[in-house]
Design a protein around this ligand. Structure first.
Ligand SMILES: [Zn+2]
Length: 192
């Protein structure tokens, strides 16, 4: 196997179908072989195969059912983006990008993600698929959901007053969040 030693972004052109067969981490579009993820390109010249090997999952060994802690960086219509900062209480640098689809956020029906999460929330989630990039998360279990957030009006601390309802200690604003069962009692002890 020839190591080309090239880092590529998703959809980077690796060659044309006449040169290589698409293999792991690649796809074909209009006769062109492209990478489907962020990783390192390996071209196997003997078998005429192009592969893209993802970096992150190799280094971190993240797998299904792992518990992660991360920050919500985007809330969209059907999914939210999360930057993972801890895997099983081990801090990771740099952050690892993850996504959570609306159907994986709660056991109950969710009509809008804005009722559950907002940008800046720190959440605990479970990995449902670590083989994809970004990694896919869910917060359906009791320990899943927001473990830390601030008042969206004044930025002060908020307390859990009822399940999934948080009240500001300063301005009494009430905000809705999918909260983890131990919200307010979370003590992250980083393991190295
Ligand atoms: Zn407030």
């Amino acid at each position: 196997m020839t190591n080309v030693d090239n880092k590529v972004f998703p959809s980077a052109k690796l060659g044309v179908e006449e040169e290589f067969l698409p293999s792991e981490g690649t796809y074909v579009e209009n006769g062109e072989v492209r990478g489907s993820l962020f990783g390192k390109v390996f071209i196997d010249k003997e078998r005429y195969k192009a592969n893209v090997i993802p970096f992150q999952k190799r280094k971190l060994g993240i797998k299904r059912y792992d518990k992660v802690i991360g920050e919500i960086i985007n809330v969209g219509r059907s999914s939210s983006r999360i930057n993972i900062k801890y895997i099983n209480n081990k801090p990771i640098i740099p952050d690892l990008s993850a996504i959570m689809h609306i159907s994986d956020t709660s056991k109950e029906y969710v009509s809008s993600l804005d009722d559950l999460y907002a940008v800046g929330d720190i959440i605990r989630a479970t990995v449902i698929d670590a083989k994809t990039i970004p990694i896919q998360l869910e917060t359906k279990s009791n320990d899943g959901g927001v473990i830390f957030t601030l008042c969206e009006k004044c930025g002060e601390e908020v307390e859990k007053v009822r399940r999934d309802l948080l009240e500001c200690s300063n301005c009494e604003h009430i905000q809705k969040r999918k909260t983890a069962i131990d919200y307010g009692n979370v003590n992250i002890v980083a393991e190295f």
